[in-house]
Design a protein around this ligand. Structure first.
Ligand code: FAD
Ligand code: UDP
Length: 395
């Protein structure tokens, strides 16, 4: 095999490592991926009949406040000025998300000022005051009061996680801002936008280097393949971005994940819902949201009489499904610690990315984490001053 480094997984983590090592150290990198395409979950392609770019694994919005990541990604793509906004339907009425003064005033049919709305929410969350919040439900009520929580969070979260919000960690909801202004921007980051020529063009540019070879349809654990774990590990250094429990043949038990099912439809209307993402808060609507992809690129010349929508459904993953979101129960956390110990003992293999660390990472976090691993692990290793080993799977 003509490679100095094997990278398992062609998502943002794997491609960042491959690109940096090929450019900065001039080594030959072989990237393998079991899927038939590059890019992991960020992969997108144009729907055949309309030319509308569809994000195959769910809508991906790029946003970051990390200057280094922003500089880095701009080497491979320009970004549009798209700013993400989300709306939610509850009992037949549409409200802006995340919860802001507009949502509060519409819900209570009122015209509260920011201070009045704060006072109302404080009054509606007194049941939580005075003790530490210990789960998502308590955190939600403490942030927005019970009535808003029950309308916009409880049903959506129960559908999305298939778990009672009382049994979910409080952190999940901390991702979502609450604002006492009419600002309903979804993200708070300094930089935001969508890749002008699409995600796949961006990902392909990262891999476009004479020292990088990408082999698709290649499962690292399939020993009938020329590049497989049995022949590679111990012979060539490896950066592994697949599921950590799979690597160790589930020796410490399976880590639990949620997966998503998407149903795509091409409709004979120019605009189905007037916005890119509509959440559905009611528990009796089986899907969590509908994506309408044309709205991600208003600058493009898309057909005006057809549109592409995708409904998103959530459920627990089996081994055969694509793992999307780590569930992170207390049992999962105990198993993860055991896997981190195993990973530390795996000389010559670095575990990284969303699946390799069992962490929900946004794209900018996966890229930022790969840039740090390049500095702190791969560069010292390639200069001969350090072994290649995970300092815990959390790298
Ligand atoms: P991945 O992209 O998952 O890549 C891992 C790769 O490893 C995959 O291609 C897989 O096929 C391959 N692999 C696994 N096992 C093997 C094996 N045995 N052999 C060979 N190859 C293997 N982030 C944002 O910033 N904004 C968003 O709006 C956003 N939306 C998201 C929506 C959804 C539904 C999901 C699931 C994620 C979203 N993300 C978003 C997160 C984003 O997808 C991740 O940050 C990014 O994919 C992480 O890259 P990665 O390289 O770690 O993992
Ligand atoms: N959430 C909710 N209602 C909404 C949107 C989000 O209850 O309309 C909660 C839900 O628990 C979700 C969390 O907020 O898991 C984080 O939302 P985000 O949109 O960041 O989820 P993602 O896009 O990662 O699926």
């Amino acid at each position: 095999m003509n490679a100095d480094l094997v990278v398992v997984g062609s998502g943002f983590y794997g491609l960042t490592i491959a690109e940096r090592c090929a450019v900065e150290h001039g080594i030959k990198v072989l990237v393998v991926d079991r899927r038939p395409h590059i890019g992991g979950n960020a992969f997108s392609e144009r729907e055949r009949t309309t030319g509308i770019e569809v994000h195959r694994y769910g809508a991906h919005l790029f946003h970051t406040s990390n200057e280094r990541v922003w500089d880095y990604v701009n080497r491979f793509t320009a970004f549009t000025s798209y700013v993400h906004h989300v709306y939610t339907t509850y009992r037949g009425e549409v409200y802006p998300m995340p919860i802001n003064l507009g949502t509060v005033n519409q819900f209570f049919r009122s015209a509260y000022t920011p201070d009045e709305a704060r006072a109302l929410v404080a009054e509606q969350s007194t049941e939580i005051s005075g003790h530490e919040v210990s789960n998502l439900e308590e955190k939600g009520i403490s942030l927005i009061g019970r009535p808003l929580y029950e309308a916009f969070i409880r049903g959506y979260t129960a559908k999305q996680w298939q778990t009672d919000p009382k049994d979910l960690p409080a952190e999940i909801i901390s991702r979502l801002p609450v604002r006492y202004t009419y600002d309903n921007r979804y993200f708070n980051d300094t930089y935001e936008g969508l890749p002008r020529d699409g995600y796949t063009a961006w990902l392909e540019r990262m891999a476009d280097h004479p020292n990088i070879e990408v082999r698709l349809d290649t499962d690292f654990f399939d020993s009938s393949q020329p590049i497989n774990s049995r022949d590679v590990v111990g012979q060539v250094p490896v950066v592994y971005t697949g599921p950590v429990d799979r690597y160790f043949e589930y020796a410490e038990g399976e880590l639990s994940w949620r997966t998503l099912d998407f149903t795509e439809e091409v409709l004979d209307v120019g605009d189905y819902q007037g916005t890119s993402v509509m959440n559905y808060a009611d528990e009796d609507v089986p899907y969590t949201r509908i994506h309408e992809f044309r709205h991600f690129h208003p600058e493009r010349d898309y057909p005006t009489d057809r549109t592409v929508i995708m409904r998103e459904y959530s459920r627990f993953a089996t081994r055969e499904d694509e793992p999307y979101y780590p569930v992170n129960t207390p049992e999962d956390r105990a198993r993860l610690l055991a896997y981190r110990d195993l990973a530390k003992g795996e000389d010559g293999v670095l575990f990284g990315g969303r699946l390799g660390t069992y962490k929900y990472l946004d794209m900018h976090m996966a890229i930022g984490s790969a840039l740090s691993a390049f500095d702190n692990k791969l560069t010292p290793f390639l200069r001969g001053s350090q072994k290649l080993v995970s300092g815990g799977v959390a790298d």
